[in-house]
Write a protein that binds this ligand. Structure first.
Ligand SMILES: Nc1nc(=O)c2c([nH]1)NC[C@@H]1CN(c3ccc(C(=O)N[C@@H](CCC(=O)O)C(=O)O)cc3)C=[N+]21
Length: 210
């Protein structure tokens, strides 16, 4: 069963439990999807309004892009569980003999790389979502523009949460070529995404401040 078919109450219960999944990665994906949905809500409130007729086509395009990001982040809730669970098992492998140590190293390397892919993908999708919010903050209806701010803050926190999961998994990877390639992309997504998210929040605040 997909994590997303649980009620919100059950999802929060299992998130709070000792169960290895869902963890911070899955929470990041869900938080990002919630953020993205808020931009689309503002878009849907904008479409059909005479005052915003001039931007209607562009808003519709943003909604289509947003729907894709929501679907991808939603899928990543389950994907992150699938890639992290093997790593959570590998953490507990014994290290009592040289054979066990060698075996654990091999399994940890493979599982850490797989587990890294989930939050990397979460970060890429959050970045896309933040870019959509940037534009929605400029052209979306002022009636609900505060929700573009809410959405972009969810996406920034999901971006940072993705980064934290990438970093902890990179720590258990020996392949330095893999580590530096992923660290560079992670740092780029974090810096660019945070900067655009902060600017969008400021724009929204300036629009709603009296
Ligand atoms: N893609 C990805 N998604 C994550 O959600 C993710 C991640 N990478 N990397 C690391 C962090 C940290 N995290 C833990 C979850 C459970 C235990 C844990 O110890 N679980 C025990 C339960 C221990 C007990 O029963 O006391 C177990 O699975 O057996 C540890 C760490 C998830 N994270």
């Amino acid at each position: 069963m997909s994590m997303l078919d649980k009620s919100c109450t059950d999802f929060l219960d299992v998130l709070a439990s000792k169960a290895p999944v869902p963890g911070g990665g899955g929470a990041a994906a869900l938080g990002g999807a919630i953020g993205m949905a808020l931009s689309n809500m503002v878009g849907n409130l904008t479409v059909g309004k005479k005052k915003y007729a001039e931007v209607e086509d562009e808003v519709k395009e943003l909604i289509v892009k947003g729907d894709k990001v929501i679907a991808e982040l939603r899928a990543l809730v389950d994907e992150d569980a699938a890639v992290f669970e093997p790593l959570s098992k590998a953490y507990g492998l014994p290290k009592d003999t040289p054979e066990q140590i060698a075996y654990k190293e091999k399994v940890m390397e493979k599982c850490s790389k797989d587990a890294c892919e989930g939050p990397m993908q979460i970060m890429r999708k959050c970045y896309e979502g933040i870019k959509i919010h940037e534009r929605m903050g400029q052209i979306g209806t002022n009636l609900a523009i505060s929700d573009v701010g809410c959405g972009v803050v969810f996406l920034k926190s999901a971006l940072i949460s993705g980064m934290l999961n990438v970093v902890i998994n990179l720590n258990t990877i020996k392949d330095q070529e893999y580590v530096s390639k992923n660290r560079a992309e992670m740092e780029q997504l974090l810096a660019a995404g945070s900067q655009i998210a902060d600017a969008t929040l400021e724009l929204v605040l300036n629009k709603i401040k009296k």
